[in-house]
Design a protein around this ligand. Structure first.
Ligand code: HDD
Length: 697
């Protein structure tokens, strides 16, 4: 609410029915105006509080019940409103109205980590949720996916097992939001269908740079039906316009301390700055056959991908996130997704993971949102007209009219009516069910647990492989049970001998031989690597180190150029204040290197009084004479994290003293504009990959 409408007594600028605050006076929940909310009603100034104080009781009772249970998984998240514009390219495979040419659909997207509690850090190593609600005119469509295209388990009945194993240990409730502990590795090494997803988690995909720079996947195969009634199997993909980028592990750990809200802040800042995050939605069109396979890959197995080289991702529309939520609780916390929310033209398959999900999401909201009417919360309300025969229950918001909430009826004139052909009804697709007997088994094709992890490993570039080795070494190094480490090494031996050997070396263990011949049936898929292309730099943060004691003539022009390149300059100096008419954003006491994507040094500021030598400095190179040790640290960290570093003028003295000059990705010139142009170009590749040494072995 702006100050203006607060003082004028206008309604806050909210959409729909969400009238949380009306008028300008503080009132009780019943609308009675209040004179005082700071003092309880007492028998005299120093006397006891009276039970009669109904305002006190209402205020405290409501407060006592402010929290609702956090999500059992994906508790930590951030969300944004947006809009989905259809290209119309899917109209040959689906009759869904929101995928026809020119259709524009409002959306709400929530990103999340999986394992951590609501207050945990954003940058932990984990899978990220990517759930989008499309408020289509034919009913809501929820695409409830992740940033990793495969899942730990093939049958939803195992979901409680994998989550119990991954969540903190039940005795001490540690570690928080981590997979680096015994129970997780115990489970995934025993239950080897989890190895593919785990390998993705150990790759850079497990530590995204930003929600804006993640892919999203529907994971399961879905079915589509076109206007002629023809069916096709498809997989959904979200492709970020900014490319897929990650943190380094050291950065991720440091950010968890320096800014635990890093991803949440990044998303909200980008939207507020007008650099709207965008993704293209694409589908892999996989035909239809009785086996439900594509190129020998079982489409009902959620631990498998179909490589993009075999079935290209065809763009069908674009999502743009345009508005931050007004209220975190009302929107981000109360939004409830459900994979069974499907519009006509899209249906599920018999993937046994998806089938269980169809039950679980509906069910979990009964506890989390307190009853069966969660679909009536403003954020969950359908934008299509709703005329159901669901009635009453806790939290009922609707004042239903009529006498006959049953079908068939004559008392309400037969209303509501069921839809006929051509009336946009949801059609349960007439898919043939294979003849079989009841059993608790999966088909034999689900037993292949290693062909795809091996393909993933072979598709990685050298720096990516190095990161994967380091991740396994860290995670297994945190396990206390030797038997678990050894069992996981046996799994790695089945993926790749070099990977296994390197991790074994780090753990001080013997690398086992693979129990089975390595499964090389799949060629590497270059599309799986994050490297090798150039991407827009929108919303990237560039630290500009300035000397507040120097009159920097070039600074205003430089800042303008950074902003015009859609990046965000952050002025950093030894102390607060202003320079060239601009407020200094951060000081050496508040800023850490990990908050920035690149650093440019325009001056050589005199160390501040609080620049005492620190332990950090001892761990790095010796302090450079006359340079604030925190600046030295910042530059050395940027170098270690393969970030672009630029300098001109007296900033070059800093570069020389910190010992990083003349190495790849360190740009020096007398002209700031030249430095900035080169820094921007290099930032398009995200990191200076040459700084990582290749894996030998
Ligand atoms: Fe799930 C939440 C994604 C398997 C049970 N899941 C949840 C969210 C995402 C996913 C993104 C957060 C939604 C939000 O932001 O509110 N889940 C997945 C994906 C899966 C998957 C991509 C596999 C392909 N999930 C899965 C299984 C089960 C669940 C097999 C149960 C058998 N998931 C839940 C849940 C949650 C949930 C317990 C917690 C909060 C909620 O649903 O609303 O029902």
């Amino acid at each position: 609410m702006t100050d203006q409408n607060r003082s004028s007594g206008d309604m806050p600028d909210k959409e729909g029915d969400a009238r949380g605050q009306q008028g300008r006076y503080l009132t009780t929940a019943q609308g009675a105006r209040l004179r005082d909310t700071d003092h309880s009603l007492k028998a005299g100034r120093r006397g006891p509080i009276l039970l009669q104080d109904h305002h006190l009781r209402e205020k405290i009772t409501h407060f006592d019940h402010e929290r609702i249970p956090e999500r059992v998984v994906h508790a930590r998240g951030a969300a944004a409103h947006g809009v989905f514009e259809s290209y119309g390219t899917a109209s040959s495979v689906t009759g869904a109205a929101f995928l026809q040419h020119g259709a524009v659909t409002p959306t709400f997207t929530r990103f999340s980590t999986v394992l951590g509690s609501r207050g945990s850090a954003d940058t932990v190593r984990d899978t990220r949720g990517f759930a989008t609600k499309f408020y289509t005119g034919e009913g809501t469509f929820d695409l409830v996916g992740n940033n990793i295209p495969v899942f730990f388990i093939q049958d939803g009945i195992k979901f409680p097992d994998v989550i119990h194993a991954a969540k903190p240990h039940p005795d001490r409730e540690i570690p928080q939001a981590q997979s680096a502990h015994d129970t997780f590795w115990d489970f995934v090494s025993l239950h080897t269908e989890a190895q593919h997803h785990t390998l993705w988690n150990m790759s850079d995909r497990g530590i995204p740079r930003s929600f804006r720079m993640m892919e999203g996947f529907g994971i399961h195969t879905f079915r589509m039906e076109n206007a002629e009634g023809e069916m096709t199997m498809v997989k959904f993909h979200w492709k970020p316009v900014l490319g897929v980028h990650s943190l380094t592990w050291e950065e991720a750990q440091m950010v968890s301390g320096a800014d635990p809200d890093f991803h949440r802040r990044d998303l909200a800042d980008a939207i507020e700055a007008g650099t709207y995050p965008q993704w293209e939605l694409g589908i892999q069109v996989l035909g239809d056959n009785e086996d439900q396979t594509f190129a020998g890959i079982d489409l009902l197995d959620p631990t498998k991908i179909v490589p993009e080289e075999l079935a290209p991702v065809q763009p069908i529309g674009k999502l743009t996130l345009t508005r931050n939520p007004d209220n975190y609780f009302a929107e981000t916390e109360q939004v409830a997704f459900h994979p069974g929310n499907l519009p006509p033209g899209i249906d599920v398959t018999d993937d046994p993971l998806l089938q269980v999900r169809l039950f679980s999401y509906q069910d979990t909201q009964l506890t989390r949102l307190g009853g069966p009417n969660w679909n009536q919360l403003p954020i969950n309300r359908s934008h299509a007209p709703v005329n159901d025969m669901l009635r009453d229950g806790y939290g009922q918001q609707d004042d239903h009219v009529g006498q006959a909430p049953y079908q068939p009826n004559s008392l309400d004139g037969g209303c509501p009516f069921t839809a006929g052909d051509g009336e946009h009804a949801f059609n349960d697709l007439a898919v043939k069910v294979p003849e079989s007997v009841k059993n608790r088994e999966l088909s034999a094709s689900f037993e292949d647990h290693y062909s795809q992890p091996r393909m993933f490993w072979k598709s990685m570039t050298q720096p990516e492989k190095r990161h994967i080795i380091a991740a396994y070494s860290f995670e297994l190094g945190k396990c206390r049970e030797q038997a678990i480490r050894e069992r996981q090494l046996a799994c790695l031996a089945q993926i790749d001998p070099v990977l296994c050997q390197k991790v074994a070396e780090a753990l001080g263990l013997e690398a086992p031989e693979p129990a089975e011949p390595l499964d090389d049936r799949l060629e590497p898929s270059p599309a799986l690597s994050q490297l090798g292309r150039s991407w827009p730099v929108d919303g990237r943060k560039v630290a500009v180190i300035v000397d507040p004691d120097e009159d920097d003539q070039d600074l205003p022009r430089l800042l303008k150029a950074i902003t015009e390149a859609s990046m965000t300059p952050v002025l950093v100096a030894p102390r607060g204040g202003a320079i060239a008419g601009r407020t200094i954003d951060e000081t050496f006491a508040t800023a850490r290197s990990v908050e920035f994507d690149a650093i440019v040094v325009s001056g050589n500021p005199t160390p501040a009084d609080d620049a005492t030598p620190s332990l950090d400095q001892k761990a790095g190179a010796p302090a450079a004479p006359g340079i604030d040790p925190r600046l030295t640290l910042m530059i050395q960290e940027c170098w270690r994290h393969a970030k672009v570093i630029g300098a001109w003028g007296r900033g070059r003295e800093v570069i020389a003293e910190t010992g990083v000059q003349a190495s790849p990705g360190v740009v020096e010139d007398d002209r700031p504009a030249t430095v900035l142009a080169k820094v921007t170009e290099l930032l398009g590749q995200h990191r200076v990959w040459k700084r990582f040494t290749p894996v030998r072995g």
